[in-house]
Design a protein around this ligand. Structure first.
Ligand code: EPZ
Length: 412
């Protein structure tokens, strides 16, 4: 049996690092994975004037944002990582203005920000767009009743961070219920924010005048990464393996567990913070739809597609969250996968094996899917575009090898 330990959640630590801009004191965070995106966020906070001490290897970070020098987030970091847009809410709350290079779209979709802006405008902000920047101004932020047309994770987080220092009460209805949103709210509460209902679709925030720090004596520990955990679970299933996955919160993986069991793998909870996944023969074909939490996560769709290319029967994957999250399909077809796209659905006719060849990752989770396909394929698979994968997985190759995978990495 192989063993692997899951690291802190990328999609929790990025908004929490942005939220450190709100603290009137130093903030210490632990379980911060050493990822390209985390380093980008560190650099951005430093550009804004925060003092940042980032210990990559020990996965700790210390921040002090009491002396900010600008409200402008420049093109470089924002283009590299669209989650940079999460500094908008905190900068508005702290400085009354946020001038952010337009985050643009990416390989998985247009990625609009209309819901972010609609919520901030409801709280008293106004914005202009020009010369590639979005300039949001709010001399004063007031509590408001905000309904999100879609439970956007980023919009919920930006509005939540703006609301904690607004005057009055803010209600966010149809809010994103992802665990990472709840973790952000828990972090803000540890700084003195007054938040109710985070992790559900109705979040209520009572604005306070300021937030204190949470220094090294009380470091905030970020939750484990459920998407990384799910990636390892799919890796065990696709290779016919037996893997113990430590440092997980099983309740965050209910949809993933259920789907893996439907595919025919065995998933067993071990103690309170570990799962054991054992493959039992060839996977079975299933229907899979991605949804906002607690539905099946879109960030695990490519990894499960790799698994289903080897299933007995025909599977259908419907991607309901992003409009073009299928960049990995043609690469899996090059490996012998029998997949056709119909709108936002992929129809996958399973086969006995995939054949290794040269493939290219176009985005983070698509790249993870290609790694899983390569681990299961006959022969050697060479995966280009590894920089995408490094954005969201820390030392993935080493950890997969420790878990029993035959995988090597060569410098880009
Ligand atoms: C977060 O992105 C995650 N990123 C994504 O993970 C994840 O896939 C996504 O949530 C969905 O779970 C981080 O947390 C840093 P959304 P986010 O706003 O906030 C539409 C990864 O691989 N929408 O919930 O950008 C949008 O077009 C990344 O780790 C609007 O229409 O996602 C999309 O269809 C990829 N208007 C849907 O909502 C808006 O203003 C979901 O987007 C905002 C979003």
């Amino acid at each position: 049996m192989g063993k692997v330990r899951v690291k802190g959640a990328k999609n929790a630590c990025l908004p929490i690092m942005a939220a450190s801009l709100l603290a009137n004191g130093e903030v210490a965070l632990t379980e911060i994975p050493d990822l390209e995106d985390v380093r980008t966020m560190s650099r951005l906070l430093h550009i804004l004037g925060a003092e940042v001490n980032h210990e990559h290897r020990s996965e700790k970070i210390w921040l002090d944002s009491r002396r900010l020098i600008t409200f402008t987030a420049p093109y470089g970091p924002v283009r590299r990582m669209r989650a940079s847009f999460l500094v908008t809410g905190p900068l508005l709350a702290r400085m009354g203005r946020a001038r952010i290079s337009h985050p643009g779209g990416c390989a998985i979709g247009v990625r609009p920000i209309d819901l972010h802006l609609k919520g901030l405008v409801a709280m008293g902000a106004s914005f202009t767009m020009g010369d590639g920047y979005i300039d949001v101004v709010a001399p004063k932020l007031n509590g408001a009743d905000i309904y999100l047309d879609y439970p956007s994770v980023g919009a919920t987080e930006n509005i939540l961070m703006a609301a904690v220092l607004a005057s009055g009460t803010t209600r966010i209805e149809n809010a994103a219920a992802e665990p990472e949103v709840a973790d952000l709210a828990n972090f803000l509460t540890s700084l003195g924010a007054k938040i109710h209902g985070a992790g559900s679709s109705l979040i209520i925030v009572e604005g306070v005048s300021s937030l204190h720090g949470a220094g090294p004596e009380k470091p905030y520990r970020v939750i484990p990464d459920r998407i990384e955990a799910g990636t390892f679970m799919a890796a065990a299933a696709v290779t016919g393996g037996d893997l113990l996955i430590e440092n997980v919160i099983p309740s965050h993986l209910t949809a993933v567990n259920a789907k893996l069991k439907e595919v025919g793998a065995e998933v067993e909870t071990v103690g309170e913070k570990a799962l054991r996944v054992r493959a039992r023969g060839r996977p079975k074909a299933v229907e899979l739809k991605t949804f906002p939490y607690p539905g099946f996560p879109t960030d695990l769709q490519p990894q499960f597609m790799a698994l289903l290319t080897l299933a007995r029967g025909t599977s259908v994957i419907r991607e309901t969250v992003f409009e073009k999250r299928f960049s990995h399909v043609e690469e899996l077809v090059r490996m012998g996968g029998r997949i056709r796209i119909e709108g936002r659905s992929a129809i996958i006719t399973g086969r006995q094996f995939l054949q290794g060849t040269v493939v290219r990752a176009a985005d983070l989770r698509g790249g993870a899917g290609l790694i899983l396909a390569g681990l299961a394929a006959r022969g050697i698979t060479e995966i280009r575009g590894v920089r995408h994968i490094r954005r969201g997985y820390s030392r993935l190759v080493g950890r997969l090898r420790t878990a029993g995978g035959r995988i090597f990495i060569f410098p880009d």
